[in-house]
Design a protein around this ligand. Structure first.
Ligand code: HEC
Length: 202
């Protein structure tokens, strides 16, 4: 009988080293492992010599410890962005999920904004702040701008720059957080024709 066609992966019989052990008609061979495989194996050993002491008992942090460290770094970054520093969109977005700012913004909102935008932000005299439709660009920059400069003339949205930069930022953070809590349409206040459908997607 002729041999099956070679596949390119099998050893030729004259390359096989006899391991000196046969059982039940099966011969055990003793061949060298491929070099690439061996080096990969040695590399994992070297890696483990570093990894195990570093992460188990050493300075490396995993799981909850790592999370704690990351949260502390985030808090430090937020603190460094505070106090009137000029911020671009990315900088403002770092603030946008800060619970302390959400709480502060909520308080100011309850005092100054509820009358026109509703306790839940569902709108009234002013537009619904919890739908997918916006007059301004629904970014941190767009929202802080309308708060600082006010809406279009004659529409009823006054400027609130006098509250100060941080209070305006907190209000914008709260508006975004409210919108993110869940979109709610308000049949009593449907989007105006000039509101564009540009949901907050960040
Ligand atoms: C006197 C009523 C009134 C008050 C008070 C008011 N707004 Fe408005 N707001 C409006 C109106 C009207 C508009 C639409 C402006 C326009 O058409 O240019 C608006 C627009 C906005 C927008 C843009 C909405 C969009 O769809 O793009 C935001 C955000 C906003 N207001 C937030 C606030 C916040 C926060 C406060 C409290 C500090 C506040 N407003 C207070 C009436 C009000």
């Amino acid at each position: 009988m002729s041999d099956p066609a070679p596949t390119g992966t099998e050893h030729k019989p004259d390359q096989l080293k006899d391991g000196g052990h046969a059982f039940d008609g099966i011969q055990e061979y003793d061949n060298n492992l491929p070099k690439w495989w061996l080096w990969l194996f040695y590399a994992t050993i070297i890696w483990a010599i570093w990894y195990i002491p570093f992460y188990h008992g050493g300075p490396g942090k995993v799981g909850p410890d790592r999370l704690k460290e990351d949260l502390a770094a985030l808090a430090a970054e937020r603190a460094s962005l505070n106090a009137g520093t000029a911020l671009d969109e990315a900088g403002l977005r770092v603030l946008a999920s800060d619970p302390a700012r959400i709480a502060a913004g909520k308080q100011t909102y309850a005092q100054l904004c509820v009358a026109c935008h509703g306790a839940e932000g569902l709108g009234g005299v002013g537009p619904n702040l919890r739908d997918r439709h916006w007059l301004v660009e629904p970014t941190m920059t767009g929202i802080t701008t309308v708060l600082e400069k006010g809406g279009r003339p004659g529409k009823g949205m006054a400027p609130y720059a006098n509250l100060g930069t941080e209070a305006v930022r907190n209000l914008a953070v709260y508006v975004v957080s409210m919108n993110r809590e869940g979109l709610k349409a308000n049949p009593a206040k449907p989007p105006a024709a000039d509101e564009k459908e540009t949901p907050i997607d960040w």
